[in-house]
Design a protein around this ligand. Sequence first.
Ligand SMILES: Cc1ncc(COP(=O)(O)O)c(C=O)c1O
Length: 412
Amino acid sequence: MSSIRKDDHVGMKKKTGRGAVESGEKATSLRYKMMDLAKTKKDVISLGRGDPDLHTQKEIIDGAMKYFASSGNFRGDSGEPRLGSIRGLSDLRTKIADRFMDEKGILVDPEKELLVTNGAQEGLFLALLALVNPGDKVACPDPRYTSYDQAIGACGGTIVSIPTQQEGRFFELKEEDLVKHASDAKLLVFVNPSNPTGSCATTENVRNLSKVANNLGMIVLSDEIYEDIVFQNHKSLSFWGVDGARDRSVVLSGFSKSYAMTGFRVGFLVGPPAFIDAVSAIKQTTSGPCPEFSQYAALAALDMEYDSRPQFLRIYEERRQVLMDGLDSMGIPYAAHYGGLFLWADMTRFGIGAEEFCYRLLRDVGVLMFPGNSFGESWRNWVRISLLAPRKNIEEAMVRMAEFVEGLEGND
Ligand SMILES: Cc1ncc(COP(=O)(O)O)c(C=O)c1O
């Protein structure tokens, strides 16, 4: 009987991508370690995770209930069988494509260029499985959303980090840095607005990145999951909105952040037909279609007469201001913030490193934040602070943090 050899496909993939898998696992386990510790304490204010704490709108829940209310051999409004198409309900795909046209002026063919996924998280994994072969280099901004590390590693790829910090508090992926650090990468992963830095690329920046990636023959995976959460009237251009980019780029987004629908697990990929065919084939043999009740909920989100996104944004805006005022009053610098759900703050001044800072902050005053090195090895003095707690809790967190910081400096 033949046994699995060391250089079999899976083994080789693991070997090639081991570094990325390890860095991703380390980063994720650091965040989970902090969350586990938080569970052992009472009265913790959590500014850690990135899942919206706001209530999902009633209309969205009613959308899911519409599915449950149907009985027996339900075939859906559009006559699809119960398990549905692997690509997602055609009504939902059509509505997402309409949104692309109405809000971004971008034409998407819902039949050929769109796949509904089980959250953006599955979308990112499927996209990397389709695009990355063992030995391929994948350019990632530093710092980054380290879930990508594990996915890249599992595909046997290696990460090429591109520095993004400019003049201390600005974080921007510059096209010249892409050329300088990653000209031989096959793929660029671009999260815009950024998790964890809160940067948001300008239209010019997106156009330049697209041009440079095109010249280098690089594919771009543009993760736009925070697209609706932008501040100071910032408007970011979707990668698919750049002339000539659609043949070489893929957009990833979803409903978790825009509509507080994390638990429903609905994301989507937009890309060239051949790419959508490839990811659909992988999805067919892994998770199958996105659960239909979740798709009904997503459909209801797009159908709502009252669009909850501006209201959500106002809430986040207020919280963001409380956080910024709090950090300002403590003299703690943070990255210029334009979008997404996190502030990225520099704790260098305290001289104990971010891990120790976060650990003691949680232990002593019950405030949870994530250390920067869970978003890239070199960020040992930065922390990520989420906007995902009610305003009064964030106010309280800032009071507790000020006390903590005073205590830290008093002890020096
Ligand atoms: C940059 C980024 N991409 C993708 C995801 C996954 O989102 P979803 O809840 O749709 O799986 C997240 C979640 O935090 C994220 O921050």
